[in-house]
Design a protein around this ligand. Sequence first.
Ligand code: GDP
Ligand code: MG
Length: 168
Amino acid sequence: MLPLVALVGRPNVGKSTLFNALTRTRDALVHDEPGVTRDRNYGVCRLDEARPFVLVDTGGIAGENIHLESGNLAGATARQARAGAEEADLVLFIVDGREGPSALDEDILRWLRKASRPTFLVVNKTDGVDARAALAEFSRYGFSDVLAISSAHRQGLDELLAQVLAKL
Ligand code: GDP
Ligand code: MG
């Protein structure tokens, strides 16, 4: 079985963009509207041909969805996202380096601590901003593994890939 890496984060931080960049497909829906990704999306990252891994885009975990347990779509999506993260060998917790920390990020952070999977903090959208300042804004989250990237501009992806493969 290939190792499993889960992308977790609130809507609109760039999970689907990163999923596409790593899997080079358009399977994951990229859209400006928050929360538009409904389904768990699986793909295989083969950027290092010798060491493929499965990537799951857990769109829908964030926001009000995280509190819902009922049989509606949002609740089902949140449960599915949690399942994706709980079975992962490594979680990439994606945040928005332009907007900085938000209450939704902190909801997810609390849940991630309970899940206690190995987790990297990935600060996305650092194109055109001071990446070090963006990272510093999230330092209170207490991660030792932190990376600044731009999914949209494919910046930092080689380093991300190297760090991921070192952990798997
Ligand atoms: P998701 O909801 O977390 O899956 O986020 P998406 O991948 O759908 O991206 C949400 C929006 O952020 C889209 O308009 C993307 O084009 C934009 N976006 C994603 N990654 C980056 C990035 O690295 N830099 C910038 N500037 N925008 C990005
Ligand atoms: Mg998405």
